[in-house]
Design a protein around this ligand. Structure first.
Ligand code: 2FM
Ligand code: ZN
Length: 676
């Protein structure tokens, strides 16, 4: 019977575009593993889908003036499109908002409930009477209880770095409507993870996962606590009973169950609705879950515990390849800071397999790694063109020009031929073992080693010298035949990484059945058919010109100067709201930092009619000295407010794009001038 393999890749949120970082850390390694195992003729099912619930999504949707459904529809489509463009070969790509996901999640909860793993608790939560709803931390702003900074977030203060509960904020208010919030009791359901501690410990100690994963998990299990698995929201999977209206499951409760519901959706799609059981309910399945390191506790502890509390024996994860982070030129990929590479642009200029190879060769397996244009340039030109492409090209064109374009004959082997074949075969075996151990970097290295070995053999044998000697025809044929054998190995080994190019090479070698249908072992054994008329080969990869890379580097830097992180427009207001504001020009007379670490400045300003004190958070962008004598715009009729014990008698207006702050230019106007 074929070995059964269920491969999953972390369900990406439908809440923003994916980038190369996600690809290198999770989706490409998962895809290469799926392709490798299909090539080894295992029964592979590769499942993924969009993670579409959660407060982060409702908040982003509201900020973008979209319904959560519109928001996830948009990003789900974007996810699908990107995965298709990068050749990620899911057998099924689902989404957690499909209707079939709900009963699976609810049943998970009911089993846990019946088995005594759920407890109801009432707690005080922040409530907006204006919006008639409880607000999650992300929706809340207020005054920091530690440093009194007024724009602290629900769980953290950007000014002093303090962490706290949203309920500790002074004057908590809604981020969206600014309305004040009050405490109200709300009921939530807690999963008693601590009850699974021993079973988890027993289970985990048999695992042979990466040392850092094991270490993290073992520590984490020692301190398991009950966690709320419900939230106050109307976007999510509803609870399966009355009396819990406006409550949904926490996204990290429903999302991992999404792997199961996605498999069910796949089974329905192929017209065999029970087929999912073959994977999830059969202990012989090997379940391999690819994730990024930030997802470790959810896959190694919480989801397994949820499964342990079920009445049905679902598969527990067998292998958990958890990669580190992948950055771009030293910084995290970030769309909002314009530090990313546009995939469409990229694929317009470069070949997909150049990207797949570079990401695999540099995958963040044991530590964070990064994409740099220089590394991409080197990988493409030195490795893909200089070693692999060059070997394929010189052998195949030599055969076209000097061996009638047909697969040569293999005559008696000499010692060096045997060594060449054996070394190649040994390297292939090593590549196989590394695929099995999720070591793509090593696989990429071995692939290039096989190509280098081929080049060396070709150089040493000097087939061009044998051309002149009629007696050496059979030797020449054998050498070329062995070079083609080596190319065959290269096509097989590289298929999971660079499938399109590998298939192309396979075709140039005269095979009519694709590699993927032939299989790793079969392909290895398969003899090249001597005398086959070969197609005329093309170069496998183009060379990249240095100026192309310079252009890309410049594009990246130029992008950071543009701005895409602008806030959406606020709601319309009446003219009276504008009239009510008293905006004035003032001159800064004195300026000093409040404390070294804060971004607050204490300013003394002259409003023409009177002088005032104002506290303003611009210290990161303006030194006190630079401000003295400068004209600024202030709201002159704002109620005074105490900030860090200082009464701020007005507010300074600045222009900001979320990253930069600049004072508006109004130097030529005298202090006291009205802005209308
Ligand atoms: O970190 C993330 O992108 C999550 N959306 C991963 C979820 S994985 C699974 F549990 F669904
Ligand atoms: Zn603070």
């Amino acid at each position: 019977m074929k070995e059964k393999l269920l491969i999953t890749a972390a369900l990406p949120y439908a809440n923003g575009p994916l980038h190369f970082g996600h690809m290198a850390g999770c989706y490409l390694p998962a895809d290469c593993y799926a392709r490798f195992n299909r090539l080894c003729q295992k029964e592979v099912l590769f499942i993924c889908g969009s993670d579409e619930y959660g407060i982060a999504i409702t908040l982003s949707a509201e900020l973008a003036h979209r319904s959560p459904k519109e928001h996830v529809d948009y990003y789900h489509a974007l996810n699908i499109n990107l995965f298709a463009r990068l050749g990620i070969s899911f057998d099924h790509y689902s989404r957690t908002s499909w209707e079939g996901h709900i009963p699976v999640v609810q049943q998970f909860f009911l089993d846990l409930y019946q088995n005594g793993y759920i407890e109801e608790r009432d707690s005080e939560q922040l409530y907006s009477s204006k919006e008639k709803r409880f607000l999650a931390d992300r929706y809340v702003v207020g005054t920091c209880p530690k440093c009194f900074y007024e724009e602290a977030r629900g769980d953290e203060c950007p000014n002093c770095g303090g962490n706290f509960e949203a309920t500790d904020l002074i004057h908590p208010r809604s981020k969206l409507t600014n309305s004040p919030l009050t405490l109200r009791s709300s009921r939530h359901w807690y999963l008693l993870f601590d009850r699974f501690q021993e079973r988890l410990q027993e289970w985990i100690k048999k695992k042979r996962w990466k040392a850092n994963v094991m270490h993290f998990v073992e520590n984490y299990i020692q301190d398991l606590k009950p966690r709320a698995i419900t939230r106050d929201s109307d976007w999510g999977v509803p609870l399966p009973f009355a009396g819990a209206e406006k409550k949904v499951f926490y996204v990290w409760f429903d999302a991992p169950i999404g792997y199961i519901s996605a498999t069910k959706e796949w089974a329905e799609k192929i017209g065999k609705p029970d087929e999912w059981k073959k994977y999830w309910l059969d202990s012989t399945t090997n379940l391999v879950q690819f994730i990024g390191k930030d997802n470790i506790p959810f896959h190694a502890i919480f989801f397994p515990a949820m499964i342990m509390g079920q009445n049905v024996s679902y598969k527990l994860v067998d292998e958990l390849p958890a990669n580190e982070f992948y950055n771009l030129e030293g910084k995290q990929f970030s769309k909002s800071s314009n530090w990313f590479i546009d995939v469409d642009d990229f694929l317009h200029t470069f070949h997909l397999d150049q990207l797949r190879y570079t990401l695999a060769a540099n995958a963040p397996e044991n530590q964070d790694s990064e994409f740099t244009w220089q590394d991409f340039f080197m990988r493409c030109n030195v490795e893909l063109v200089g070693k692999f492409g060059n070997f394929a090209h010189r052998v195949l064109t030599f055969i076209q020009q000097n061996a009638a374009g047909k697969t040569p004959h293999c005559f008696a082997l000499e010692e060096e031929d045997k060594v060449f074949l054996e070394t190649t075969s040994h390297l292939m075996q090593e590549a196989k073992q590394n695929f099995e151990k999720f070591q793509l970097r090593k696989v990429a290295q071995i692939f290039i080693e096989i190509a280098s070995l081929g080049n060396q053999y070709f150089d040493q044998q000097k087939p061009w010298k044998l051309l002149k000697n009629g007696d050496m025809r059979s030797r020449l044929q054998t050498i070329l035949y062995l070079c083609m054998e080596s190319l065959k190995s290269l096509a097989i080994v590289s298929y999971p990484l660079i499938p399109t190019t590998a298939e192309k090479l396979w075709y140039f070698l005269g095979f009519s059945t694709p590699i993927i249908k032939t299989g790793w072992e079969e392909g290895k054994k398969k003899r090249l058919q001597e005398g086959t008329l070969l197609p005329y080969p093309e170069r496998l990869f183009p060379k990249i010109e240095p100026n192309q890379i310079e252009k890309e580097k410049k594009k990246l830097l130029d992008m950071t100067k543009q701005d895409l992180s602008l806030e959406p427009f606020k709601e319309e207001v009446d003219f009276s709201a504008i009239e009510a504001l008293d905006l004035r020009i003032a001159e800064v007379i004195k300026a000093e930092k409040i404390e070294e670490k804060t971004k607050l400045l204490k300013l003394e300003i002259d409003l023409g009619i009177e002088k005032r004190t104002i506290v303003s958070g611009i210290a990161k962008f303006y030194s006190p000295e630079a401000l003295i004598g400068k004209k600024v715009v202030v709201i002159a009729n704002l109620k005074p407010k105490k900030i860090r014990g200082i009464e701020s008698q007005g507010m300074l207006l600045v222009a900001t794009n979320g990253k930069l702050i600049k004072l508006p230019e109004c130097e030529s106007m005298p202090a006291g001038s009205v802005i209308s």
